[in-house]
Design a protein around this ligand. Structure first.
Ligand code: HEM
Length: 509
């Protein structure tokens, strides 16, 4: 057992230490004589390089930050438990869904997207809602948002989109001129922009918002049968938003109100929970929609793919240390246990690469061995070395196959097969249907909600100086719904005919 030297010598030397407190130590465990004064060469001399404690303290301080997440930098996390509503083995072999009442521990991180770590939590932005389930057959990361769809449908556009939404590289200010310039070339963004500028764009807190996996994934059962699936999770606290005016007031009082809300509510035992649901689609029905169901800019209508309840999760405990757990947490859409696989959604396909890649850079090659990321299932492979390796190599047979058969692959877990046809290509999807779901979303709003949507949009779009960009954007919203576009045109001083003319050349693309 490690003994903790008492601060007797410090007391003898008249320092302000408290009797009986354990001694402060260096990182290597030696007691520190003085944490108040550096070691100098006499009363006037310089500080000595040999003051190892001082150098270690400053050097560690210099390295306290790791790069923040390139997006979703500001966040807050909590641990919880998922409880399965039944035995879903007909649909998936995923062990998390194998029996009614089965409990799986999890970690959740909420976030805003565009602005850096210390930015206000009142911004208009999608909210990240990432779930990590520590299942008994390996982790499952369901890295979702509070909105059910996304701005773009192909990962190749993501870096450009984020550059346009982030502050300008010249002025360091976020600028509607830049992001609307980008979006005026992406008619498929109309649906997501409509939702972001609606009340849903500023959730009142993280407890009162829904979550969505956005993409389609695959459920695969033990027979290898595949169904496409979309995951959604519904807040049991209801959904609440802030108007732009309420957000301004809230931000003036507390720029981290959503973090406060989560810590306080869990601290008082008011544990937030969500119902996890799935919409399931037979692969043979993929072509029966007016849109492409694997397009991440679309929701699946309930009448074509009704939701079934998979279970409920409840958040129960905030982390002991923000940096160690929340900041170093690494979620990746590619992390899936047997029974859950990616679909061919082109946005998801890019995400499968991007997250683990950034995490190897942001946290380090061994990020999956940190307690918050570590699988609760045993990890047994020959990946080795790298910085911060805590060592899991127990044998010199660090290769496979070997006559010793210390590890071997398990053919029962081969991934689902997928029929292919056609040629390789670089072409957009054929059924784009960019506007009808945005129009349906607008129509379902109350008169007051419609008014706020137009006002919120006009506040940003009205700042755009280039009339061509403004006209194209209004043209997109007009294509979603003529009343919506006409009201917006009026609010930003554009003629509807100019807006229609501006997008006419895009129709043939
Ligand atoms: C975070 C890339 C689309 C939700 C991130 C990070 C990257 C990234 C690099 C930082 C990860 C880290 O440092 O740990 C991308 C790319 C996308 C994309 C390339 C499109 C091709 C989406 C979509 C959603 C989403 C569609 C929602 C369904 C999130 C969330 C986080 C995140 C919730 C924060 C995870 C956390 O709390 O640590 N994304 N993203 N992203 N992304 Fe995406």
């Amino acid at each position: 057992m490690k003994t903790k030297p008492l601060i007797l010598s410090a007391l003898l030397m008249g320092s302000a230490a408290y009797a009986g407190a354990p001694a402060l130590t260096t990182d290597s465990g030696s007691p520190v004589g003085s944490n108040q004064n550096s070691k100098t060469a006499g009363p006037r001399g310089g500080i000595l390089l040999e003051d190892f404690h001082l150098i270690e303290k400053l050097a560690r301080f210099d390295r306290e930050r790791i790069p923040e997440r390139v997006v979703h930098a500001r966040g807050v996390g909590a641990y919880g438990t998922f409880e399965s509503a039944g035995d879903f083995s007909q649909l998936t072999r995923a062990s998390i869904f194998s029996a009614k009442g089965k409990k799986t521990p999890m970690f959740v991180r909420f976030s805003t997207v565009i602005h850096p770590q210390g930015s206000p939590e009142t911004v208009r932005d999608p909210r990240g809602f990432a779930l990590k389930f520590y299942t008994d057959e390996g982790n499952w990361d369901l890295v979702g948002n509070n909105l059910p769809i996304f701005f773009i449908r192909d990962a190749i556009k993501f870096p450009d989109m984020v550059h346009s939404l982030k502050p300008s590289p010249i002025t360091n200010r976020q600028d509607p001129n830049r992001f609307f310039d980008f979006f005026s070339h992406q008619p498929e963004s109309t649906h997501m922009l409509t939702q972001v500028y609606s009340d849903l764009g500023i959730p009142a807190n993280y407890r009162q918002m829904n979550g969505h996996g956005v993409h389609s994934f695959k459920f695969v059962n033990a027979k290898g049968e595949v169904r496409y699936v979309k995951f959604n999770w519904k807040s049991q606290q209801g959904v609440k938003s802030l108007t732009a005016e309420e957000a301004t007031r809230t931000q003036g009082q507390d720029f981290q109100h959503a973090t406060h809300d989560l810590y306080e509510s869990i601290g008082k035992g008011k544990l937030p929970s969500w119902e996890l649901t799935a919409q399931v689609l037979d692969p043979k029905d993929l072509d029966s929609f007016s849109f492409d169901p694997l397009d991440a800019t679309k929701v699946w209508p309930e009448d074509k793919a009704p939701s079934i309840s998979l279970g409920k999760f409840t958040l129960e405990r905030t982390p002991d240390n923000f940096f160690e757990e929340t900041e170093q947490a690494a979620f990746s859409p590619g992390v899936m246990p047997p029974g859950i696989e990616p679909s061919e959604d082109r946005l998801l396909q890019g995400r499968l690469f991007s997250y683990a890649d950034t995490q190897r850079y942001r946290v380090g090659a061994n990020y999956q061995s940190l307690p918050v990321n570590r699988a609760r299932a045993s990890v047994n492979n020959n990946n080795q070395g790298g910085s911060m390796n805590a060592g899991n190599t127990k044998s010199d047979v660090n290769y496979e196959p070997s006559i010793t058969r210390e590890t071997e692959d398990a053919p029962a877990y081969l991934l689902a097969r997928m029929p292919l046809n056609g040629t390789t290509q670089q072409a957009g999807i054929s059924k784009t249907d960019n506007f009808s779901q945005a129009g349906a979303f607008y129509l379902a709003l109350s008169p007051a909600e419609k008014e706020r949507l137009v006002k919120n949009l006009a506040a940003d779009l009205g700042q755009v100086r280039d009339a061509r960009v403004k006209a194209r954007m209004v043209g997109f919203f007009y294509s979603a719904n003529a009343e919506y576009g006409t009201r917006l045109a009026k609010a930003v001083g554009i003629k509807v005919d100019d807006a229609k003319a501006a997008i006419a050349p895009l129709a043939s693309r």
